[in-house]
Write a protein that binds this ligand. Structure first.
Ligand code: FES
Length: 281
């Protein structure tokens, strides 16, 4: 199948090897910030768990809206309004940068490399818009250039979400079994321990506490990490990839970067056999 010019362009950008070492450098800085007291809680807020999905797409609407409106105001001669809108866009861009950096810091591979380009373009757009406010004679050149860069960068943002599934619910399309289905012997699950049970190409996390069993989808809703390999403490499982925490009793997400709850299944034990059933597919 023929690839479009845009996918060829994105493909060559994300394979550009210097981006890997640049990403590692920036991630190192972000890791140092993450270790500061209270940073974990702040990062959780920036991911958007409290909102129920990623906060970054909400935040980017603000600068794009303000900057685009500024261009129109400038075109029809309302210079003062245009500058006010540019200022509002530049200030709101700081929220978009912070939320974007938080989400990007827990990516890997080509998503990380492409995300770095997205972030650099957006940061440059913000700097250009800020510069347009302090260099009035170059206002139009700088603010329009900033708006054009932000638009190009928005394409990459869309590619990361819609093309790579970044920060989408990795269990969105999973359902069933609709009827009670045997997936494991109770004795095969260690007491106060977990087991990954295969079911139709999926892996289910089974956690046993005496005769009680909890079941949930083992693919982490954040980026697909293997929850069956995660540590369980106080009926909360921690993803081994980026540390999201999910409550086994109802699947609630207790700590990001995940922003969606984990798909939980009902579980029961019948004559020593664990049976589960899930939501309708
Ligand atoms: S895959 Fe990222 S926290 Fe689970």
């Amino acid at each position: 199948m023929q690839r479009s010019w845009s996918s060829r362009l994105v493909g060559s950008v994300e394979e550009w090897s210097p981006l890997e070492s640049a990403s590692n450098l920036v991630v190192g800085w972000l890791e140092a910030i993450r270790r500061l007291p209270g940073a974990g809680r702040a990062t959780d807020v920036l991911h958007g768990r409290w909102l129920g999905h990623a906060l970054h797409p909400v935040m980017v609407d603000l600068p794009i809206g303000f900057w685009t409106s500024a261009v129109y105001m400038d075109l029809i001669g309302y210079r003062r309004s245009a500058r006010l809108l540019t200022l509002a866009g530049t200030l709101s861009a700081l929220g978009a940068v912070a939320t974007g950096a938080a989400d990007w810091s827990v990516t890997d591979g080509r998503e990380r490399r492409l995300g770095l380009v997205h972030g650099v373009l957006n940061s440059t757009a913000t700097v250009l818009n800020a510069a347009s406010l302090i260099a009035p004679k170059r206002y139009r050149l700088l603010s329009w250039a900033g708006g054009a860069l932000a638009t190009a960068s928005a394409y990459l943002g869309g590619e990361l979400v819609f093309g790579r599934g970044l920060m989408v619910d990795h269990n969105a399309w999973v359902g069933g079994p609709e009827g009670w289905t045997a997936v494991s012997k109770l004795e095969d699950i260690p007491n106060d321990g977990t087991r990954g049970a295969p079911y139709k190409g999926r892996t289910l996390l089974l956690h046993r506490s005496g005769a009680r069993v909890h079941a949930m989808e083992a693919t982490c809703s954040h980026a697909g990490g293997p929850l069956e390999e995660g540590a369980v403490k106080n009926e909360v499982v921690t993803c081994p990839w980026h540390g999201s925490k999910f409550r086994l009793t109802d699947g609630a997400c207790m700590l990001g970067p995940a922003t969606f709850p984990q798909l939980r299944l009902e579980a029961r034990v019948q004559k020593g056999v664990v049976e589960v059933r899930g939501r309708k597919g």
